[in-house]
Write a protein of this length. Structure first.
Lengths: 115, 114
């Protein structure tokens, strides 16, 4: 069966420090991968998505970047965190291909607090 | 970017009553819709989905209704239980730029009173 792992679960970082959040998927190949951010008490905002290794699409201009060094690994990064980067970050995957209508599966999330 | 930044409305229901959560979507080209349940501090969990060529789909204690004319989606929960308390999001799937994108609608917080 397919599983998705995200870590760490919580993170407190000072303003100006770097960030690296990792997401990995098991039990599938060539998944579409996504990073979402959720501010407290609000909806989910799509940040990045990837349809393959090295392929990253950004949805919103921001202080963050994403990379996909391996088929089932998706990394969210920042060189210098801002206070506004605080939030709940969620990784998600779905089966690839236009004909596929698999539902998205979400990781357990990382709660980032920038202080 | 496409996102929802609205403060979440709250629906309060008595345990045992039926709940109806509503959602409006924006893109008439979307062909697939999903309802998610999100408990505090956790990722969203799939509840039920519906294709755009359908107007109703039923699951266990849940029913999703789709009205494409007014671009409206609803989730009905029968005999609401305390464990149903959570935030509920509707989402639409769009095929753009050679990829599916899951775009979330406005969430609703469901509180179940004992």
């Amino acid at each position: 069966s397919q599983t998705i792992h995200q870590w760490p679960a919580t993170l407190v970082q000072p303003v100006g420090s770097p960030l690296s959040l990792e997401c990995t998927v098991e039990g599938t190949s060539n998944p579409n991968l996504y990073w979402y951010r959720q501010a407290a008490g609000r909806g989910l905002q799509l940040l990045f998505y990837s349809v393959g290794i090295g392929q990253i699409s950004s949805e919103v201009p921001q202080n963050l970047s994403a990379s996909r060094p391996q088929d089932r690994q998706f990394i969210l990064s920042s060189k210098k965190l801002l206070l506004s980067d605080s939030g709940f970050y969620l990784c998600a995957w779905r089966g690839g291909g236009k004909e596929s209508n698999y539902g998205y599966t979400f990781g357990s999330g990382t709660r980032l607090t920038v202080v | 970017g496409e996102s929802v930044g609205l403060h979440l409305p709250t629906l309060s229901v008595q345990e045992g009553d039926n709940s109806i959560i509503n959602c409006a979507y924006s893109n008439s080209a979307s062909d697939y819709f999903i309802w998610y349940k999100q408990e505090s501090g956790k990722g969203p969990q799939f509840i039920i989905d519906i294709r755009s060529n359908m107007d109703k789909r039923q699951g266990q204690r849940v029913t999703v209704l789709l009205n494409k004319t007014v671009k409206h989606l609803s989730l009905q929960i029968a005999a609401t239980q305390p464990g149903d308390s959570a935030v509920y999001f509707c989402a639409e799937i769009r095929w753009t730029d050679s990829s599916y994108k899951l775009i979330f609608g406005s969430g609703t917080r469901l509180l179940v009173r004992p």
